[in-house]
Design a protein around this ligand. Structure first.
Ligand code: ASP
Ligand code: MG
Length: 408
């Protein structure tokens, strides 16, 4: 008998029929003798609709009240799933974050889970009851409801799995696993049977939206087995776990991409210490996240300096950069918000030469210009024009042998 935490996403519980379907699956798993704890998201696009509703009432809603509103979505689905289970004769109880509690920091909208009180859950499990817990929400000191960031129910599920010392944390969603790249863009993409934590962290951080990034960080830190599965059809899904030392890691496991990028270039600033700091400091003070950074020191006296930000932050970042660069005579600031990032990820990169060469060759054949490059031990990211994105992803998917093998 094992203890399994299952998380069902919004589309998996998006209708009454889906709630019954999910209850049937949970009941079947519990019927095999497993202990099951469940985490659910809000039904369908409920959270989006609640955000819109808030904006209709008030263009900039108070953060505390917005969290109080958004947290209701998950409370609806927990109660409904528990009811559906009870109707099947399977004892179940709903729990929200105030009841358990799930303690978080007080940062409304982006709180972090600090502690999960598991007493109530353990009692349920020991008594043969399926606890159904609201994802995405928490309780700050003093009692306020918080939310932990969009898509955060995955992280709630992993936190629960860790405190319950579950054997596995399953994320049930509308795709049947993690793919080599987005199959909507590249039909030849394949489901990966398994992927290492560090590869998944890079993929999630680079725009693959299957899992909430923090859920992967959490699972990696505690060595919690994480599996992504479809709630719509049976299958083995993708297991995310520690690398198997007996098996050689694939050179490239997947290709992630992100359209929401913008690049800012400062040209002709003096080649002296502190310049990068002077330009980037106002950006970070504006709480704008900078991603790729490249300093080009080809000239003797001056440098060109480029960095990327999220497209939503582009205008603000451009203004801040213009102000900061104004102190350097002859400096110019330009930008482009029609760029996209493509990242090639694989643990085997560490031990293989020529990974970058193949990337540049594949993009060269497609006549695609590379604007910026950044690398980590297991990742190479390039910035390209947005119009070239699809061709770049397809070309790289092919170049690294990730396309589905064609059977003859
Ligand atoms: N319902 C929340 C959202 O839509 C949390 C989640 O689905 O994980 O972001
Ligand atoms: Mg999600």
């Amino acid at each position: 008998m094992s203890l399994i935490v299952q998380k069902y996403g919004g589309s998996s519980v998006g209708s009454v029929a889906r709630i019954h379907a999910v209850a049937t699956q949970i009941d079947a798993l519990a019927g095999k003798g497993h202990q099951v704890a469940v985490v659910v998201s809000a039904m369908g696009d409920t959270t989006d609709r609640l955000v819109e509703l808030a904006r209709e009432v008030c263009p900039e809603p108070d953060a505390r009240e917005l969290d109080a509103l958004l947290a209701t979505g998950e409370m609806v689905s927990t109660a409904l799933v528990a009811m559906a289970l009870n109707q099947l004769g399977r004892k179940a109880r709903s729990w929200n974050a105030l009841q358990l509690p799930i303690e978080t920091t007080a940062h409304a909208g982006r709180a972090r889970i600090e502690r999960v009180e598991a007493t109530g859950l353990k009692k349920d499990l020991a008594g043969g009851v399926v606890p159904v817990v609201a994802g995405f929400q928490g309780r700050a000191e003093g009692g306020d409801l918080t939310t932990i960031g969009r898509g955060g129910s995955d992280t709630t599920a992993v936190a629960l799995a860790v405190v319950l010392e579950a054997d596995e944390c399953q994320i049930l969603t509308d795709v049947d696993g993690v793919y080599t790249t987005d199959p909507r863009m590249v039909p030849e993409a394949r489901r990966l049977p398994c992927v290492s934590f560090e590869e998944m962290l890079e993929l999630a951080g680079q725009g693959s939206r299957v899992l909430h990034l923090r859920s992967v960080e959490f699972a990696a830190r505690y060595g919690m087995k994480l599996r992504v599965l479809s709630s719509f059809e049976p299958g083995p899904g993708t297991l995310i776990c520690q690398e198997d030392p007996r098996v050689e890691a694939p050179v490239v496991s997947g290709i992630a991409f992100n359209r929401d990028e913008a690049v800012i270039t400062v040209a002709g600033v003096p080649h002296e210490p502190g310049v990068a700091h002077a330009i980037l400091k106002p950006i970070s003070h504006g709480a704008i996240e900078v991603d790729m950074i490249v300093v080009n020191t080809a000239h003797e006296k001056s440098v060109d300096f480029s960095f990327t930000v999220h497209r939503d932050d582009y205008q603000q970042a451009l203004e801040l950069t213009r102000e900061a660069a104004a102190r350097y005579r002859g400096a110019s600031v330009t930008g482009d918000d029609r760029v996209a990032k493509v990242a090639v990820v694989g643990s085997g990169m560490r031990s293989h030469a020529g990974v970058a060469t193949r990337l540049f060759e594949a993009l060269f054949i497609e006549s695609i210009n590379v604007r910026l490059v950044s690398t980590s031990e297991i990742k190479i990211s390039v910035l390209v024009a947005e119009k070239d994105l699809e061709r770049a992803v397809r070309a790289l998917h092919r170049a690294y042998g990730l396309d589905v093998a064609v059977s003859h």
